[in-house]
Design a protein around this ligand. Structure first.
Ligand code: PLP
Length: 355
């Protein structure tokens, strides 16, 4: 499929931030974006155009019934080399989300090619210092104007780019999280497994409450028993119990994180025992008290690894690993961040060189 390019003049390009590490995550966008339309049963007219507001009908289905999905991945640069980390997994997951939300799939080869073309145009925007990257947000929305609950027949796919530093204001350091006791993120049979917009809207109330109390994320428990760990904010979670590294089973309510999968494969590669199982919150609290819990960390593309220093549950604040970064969190963070920018061995061939 031919891409139409409509680029701005070089002198119209926006000024890039001097120090990306100090810019708040996801607040700066590059000069261009990619768009592609779906109509009459197929995708057509991919374009790279100046970054600009979208014009969509106020009756567009996404605005009323939330038929919208997205992805999140990053591009890294070292000198003139640009790298992507497991991008095929993101585009496969976009299609999984699309199927769940009755939206059209996109050939993952096409999505990746479109992204590569956009990155070529925007390569100057990719920061190249350690811990910085260009965050990529592929998005698909239902654009057909119709006030009736049914799948849209028209869609817009677009990709926007945002140069980023650390996700949390703490940088890479232990964060404090609060276990949600009143709200749940996803229930069995629901859409927790899809990266769909409504999941994040549904999380805002608990998220706001936790931030008001000084915590940076919510740890979700399962909807049926309110006792098994699910996810932390928009990250998957790992708990180190003595020499067991445990993470919740993907039971349909948890987003299958690519970082989660990478953590599991790396830890196994290092000879550690990884278990996917139900993790009871009581076992965690008890383990913190007895010292059996050595580390807890979240993981996701945005933050990479987020060590958890404090955990709030039932009006008590528990300190994990004396509130400091544990050795596995540190090793994973160092390994992943160096691997992602092409600086170290890549035993699993995860890194793709774009240019
Ligand atoms: C995106 C996301 C993750 C992390 O997935 P990665 O592929 O590792 O970035 C975890 N949980 C939720 C709810 C998410 O939206």
């Amino acid at each position: 499929m031919d891409i139409e390019f409509n680029l701005i003049n070089p002198e119209q390009r926006k000024q890039k931030p001097d120090n990306i590490s100090t810019v708040q995550f996801g607040t700066t966008f590059t000069d261009h974006m990619l768009t592609m339309r779906y109509r009459n049963g197929s995708w057509h007219s991919p374009q790279i155009v100046p970054y600009q507001p979208l014009s969509i009908d106020p009756a567009a289905l996404v605005l009323h019934y939330g038929q919208g999905i997205f992805e999140g991945l990053k591009a890294y640069r070292r000198g003139t080399d640009v790298f992507l980390f497991r991008p095929d997994n993101n585009f496969e997951r976009l299609n999984n989300s699309a199927r769940r939300m009755v939206m059209p799939e996109i050939d993952p080869k096409l999505s990746l090619n479109l992204l590569k073309e956009l990155l070529k145009v925007e390569c100057e925007w990719i920061p190249d210092s350690l811990g910085t990257s260009l965050y990529i947000r592929p998005t698909m929305i239902a654009t057909e104007p119709k006030l009736g609950v049914r799948p849209s027949e028209e869609y817009l796919f677009y990709i926007i780019l945002s140069p980023v530093g650390p996700y949390f204001k703490e940088g890479f350091g232990p964060i404090s999280i609060m276990i949600a006791e009143q709200h749940v993120r996803a229930a069995e049979g629901g859409v927790g497994v899809a990266k769909t917009m409504g999941n994040y809207a549904a999380s805002l109330m608990a998220g706001t409450k936790s931030r008001d109390l000084g915590y940076s994320q919510v740890l979700w428990l399962d909807a049926s028993h309110r006792k098994y760990l699910e996810e932390v904010g928009t990250m998957n979670i790992f708990v180190v119990f003595d020499d067991e590294v445990a993470t919740p089973i993907l039971g349909g309510t948890i987003l299958p994180g690519i970082t989660r999968d990478s953590v599991m494969k790396l830890a196994e590669h290092w000879g550690m025992q990884i278990t996917e199982r139900n993790i009871d919150v009581a076992e965690v609290i008890d383990g913190i008290k007895t010292g059996k819990v050595k580390e807890i960390f979240g993981c996701g593309t945005a933050a990479v690894i987020a060590p958890i220093g404090h955990l709030h549950y039932q009006n008590e604040r528990h300190t994990v690993n004396s509130g400091s970064v544990g050795p596995l969190s540190q090793r994973l963070y160092d390994t992943l961040t160096r691997l992602q920018c092409g600086e170290s061995d890549d035993p699993f061939n995860w890194v793709i060189k774009v240019s």
